[in-house]
Design a protein around this ligand. Sequence first.
Ligand code: UDX
Ligand code: ADP
Length: 450
Amino acid sequence: MNRNIVCIGAGYIGGPTMAVIAKMNPDRKVIVVDINKERVDAWNSADYSLPIYEPALVDVVKEVRGKNLFFSTDIEGAVKECDIVFVGVNTPTKMFGKGAGRASDLQYWESTAREIKRFANGDKIIVEKSTLPVRTAAAMEAILNDHADYEFTVLSNPEFLAEGTAIKDLLEPDRVLVGGPQTPSGIAAINEVVDIYAAWVAREKILTTNVWSAELTKLAANAFLAQRVSSINAIAGLCEATGADVDEVAKVVGADSRIGPKFLKAGPGFGGSCFKKDVLNLVYLCESFGLHTAAEYWMGVVKMNDHQQERIVSRLFKEMFNTLANKKIALFGFAFKADTGDTRETPAGTVARLLADEHVRLTITDPKALENAKKDMADLDGIVYELDEYKAVEGADAIVLMTDWRHYPSLDWQKIFDSMRKPALIFDTRNCLDGAKLKDIGFKVLNIGK
Ligand code: UDX
Ligand code: ADP
């Protein structure tokens, strides 16, 4: 078995993870392959205009690309050259047939498994990186090992990185998880993958389990995090009704060391490619095992999240004299969180559509996500996309701040106020601006949970 690594799928997970693995394992060749040639070309671009924005990613790619990290569309060649095959292809929520709206669409995964089998020239270790429903590894192993010439061992090595901090999370992980069959060949395969991470991660942080535990852990971890966000957002509504302040409540609740302060920030609801998909996956799993009350419990996390965006629009409606038609509203931020250009499941998308339904004249500004915003909203006419916040806001009746971009608090808010139609309203859904200062300037200010 050789030490070379191929990763199939050059996306948000595959790209950064393999860049860091290559950096920390200079003696291994790492090849990242994808069917999307445009994406591969961007990873290979001479001016490093990489297909995803992630702080510090470009520095790592500059360090290792062409040395021991390669991006290619030659899946066959890479599978032949490498005995360790990571799979980081997309597994979106299925929108058709059985499990529609809940289960993961595994067609990309399955076709990848079949490709690996077709191209293999020896025994291979297959490592699941994408989030997958529990027992996917078993299904994949069945496909791979059915009348196969070689032995395939399927492991689960879920990725816990968060976008925007991917490189830091990869370099300093809380833990690395490798799940695999508890057989001699399974344990040997687990050790091969543990070795990759042991190049920079302390051994005690590398946890090994059986495959199903690893698969379920990833869903459970994301569901717990998503549940915290929905819990604080559920409290936020109550704060608005009673005069409590959600940030104060969260601070004191989080000061309990059993609860901890992280993931208690009320806001527009969670977005991103993982939380909703993983919770829905968990719901589907619970239902398929007849655990209907557990399914309902987790479904509540998603319902609460959807409700948060509806609440934003209905509060805006009420504050803007029960009519939004023809008013100009500027959305500040479209990415699902700061420091990423990713707009998958972004709450801003839902809010934009709800506002469009009310015939709002919409302008969207975002420092990194405008291209994705244009694609997401391509079916709606009349939306203006503007990089410059000051231009975006000219003549606007309201601003809805959706993403907590770091530079927003230090914009010239007096200048912004002066160029807006009065009364000028700002709905800071991230509670990241200085509300008192905005009120002094003359803004009407709305917040979440205040
Ligand atoms: C998440 C997990 O954190 C990561 O471990 C997993 O591998 C992938 O899914 P990611 O979706 O990139 O990562 O971002 P994360 O920082 O978890 O934020 C998710 C969403 O929750 C964002 O929309 C964010 O704005 C929101 N959020 C987060 C809150 O609204 N409040 C908080 O307190 C924290
Ligand atoms: P993630 O956030 O999980 O990384 P992305 O959508 O960013 O998801 O990336 C997944 C990548 O996998 C995409 O670039 C897609 O083109 C690629 N992909 C999907 N199916 C295949 C396949 N059969 N072979 C190679 N790459 C694939």
